[in-house]
Design a protein around this ligand. Structure first.
Ligand code: GAR
Length: 209
């Protein structure tokens, strides 16, 4: 069974979506640990309520060593690292030794509204201010850049002229809760192939998601 580590920084609603999918029998994987870079992240409570092991590696205390600390916890124990609202940047040996084994969810249609400093509500504010007609979420592999890895799946939502950033966030989050468990299921079922920047999904013949 695919062993995953879920990394969070906040509310953990995406973590909850993964837990719910497993409990509903739609996702065959095991959450071996939840790692947070903030002590006060509510997602930690969600994990504890399911008796999932939790670790806090405080981003302030481990400014230069965060990735190494995560590597110590996950090396040889974890098949897939899932960034579910994890707001620190991963680097170095962690990223190279987990090549194509770290995925991230971002709340926009990459390459729009992404990159350094773009996270959470800021992303939706930029989308609303820009006047885009569609936004959505992207699940992608993590490489050495910020939000630059190969795209696995995107879900699209409409953006209306009267939308606030908060309204858009809520609409996108609903799609995130579908997209992230769906991608983990595809990886668990070994239905994903990576060819350079192209990610192929095996739908019984190869098709793009
Ligand atoms: C989600 O919208 C996720 O896409 C975003 O943070 C939120 C976390 O929500 N991540 C980023 O902005 C990463 N650049 P959650 O804690 O309720 O899952």
């Amino acid at each position: 069974m695919l062993k995953i580590a879920v990394l969070i920084s906040g509310s953990g609603s995406n973590l909850q979506a993964i837990i719910d999918s497993i409990e509903a029998g739609n996702l065959n994987c095991s959450i071996e640990m939840v790692i947070s870079d903030r002590e006060e992240a509510y997602g930690i409570e969600r994990a504890k309520s399911r008796e999932i092991k939790t670790y806090v590696i405080d981003r302030e205390l481990h400014r230069d060593t965060l990735s190494q600390e995560i590597l110590k916890l996950t090396k040889d124990k974890i098949d897939l690292i899932v960034l579910a609202g994890f707001l620190s940047i991963l680097e170095g040996e962690l990223v190279s030794s987990f090549k194509n084994k770290i995925i991230n969810i971002h709340p926009s249609l990459i390459p729009a509204f992404c990159g350094p400093g773009m996270y959470g509500i800021k992303v939706h504010q930029k989308a609303v201010d820009y006047g885009v007609k569609f936004s959505g979420c992207t699940v992608h592999f993590v490489d050495e850049g910020t939000d630059t890895g190969a795209i696995i799946c995107q879900k699209i939502v409409p953006v209306f002229p009267q939308d606030s950033a908060e309204l858009l966030q809520k609409r996108v989050l609903e799609e995130e809760h579908n997209a992230l468990p769906e991608v983990i299921r595809l990886i668990a079922e070994k239905r994903i192939k990576v060819k350079g920047r192209k990610v192929l999904i095996d739908e019984g013949g190869f098709e793009i998601c």
